[in-house]
Design a protein around this ligand. Structure first.
Ligand SMILES: [Zn+2]
Length: 154
């Protein structure tokens, strides 16, 4: 897309080697927990990034672009890269899917998923860092889904 890398100053490229979108930094701990055993040895100790492009097969890549892990190299399905293939997990710690939230709203008119997660976070039983492929807390994603499905919630 851009032409920033036409010059040699761009040594710290953090774009996905496949789709060229900018990734988000992700901790090694996340990779070590989610990459399948056969490939775990390739992780090393570089800086890794998470590619959030839905149709890109790359999940993790290192800063040099020399190591990549594709979605089939992970022990979990990456919800955001499986959009045609429900159920989509929005919370990896407590196995909450988009369908669960939809179902609860259909039955009760509201969703308690984010509340439940908040209390789990308080109880310190949330482990997104090792369970969620993005290495981030899923609460933001859950709230986004709730908002989408329940547009009139205050
Ligand atoms: Zn990508």
């Amino acid at each position: 897309m851009g032409s920033c890398c036409s010059v040699t100053t761009c040594s710290k490229a953090t774009v996905c080697p496949e789709c060229r979108a900018e990734g988000k930094p992700v901790g090694l701990k996340t990779l070590q927990h989610l990459v399948i055993e056969e490939k775990r040895g390739a992780i090393g100790d570089g800086n890794y990034y998470f590619c959030a492009t839905p149709d890109c097969p790359v999940v993790y890549y290192n800063a040099e672009g020399s190591v990549t892990f594709h979605k089939e190299d992970l022990i979990v399905k990456v919800g955001l890269k499986e959009s045609n293939n429900p159920p989509i997990l929005v919370c990896y710690c407590f196995n909450i899917t988009e369908g669960d939230i939809r179902e609860e709203i259909r039955k009760t008119g509201r969703s308690t998923a984010s509340q439940r997660i908040r209390s789990e976070i308080k109880a310190r039983s949330c482990a997104c860092e090792i369970n969620n492929p993005s290495g981030r807390c899923c609460l933001g994603d859950v709230e986004k889904v709730e908002k989408q499905l329940m547009p009139f919630k205050i």
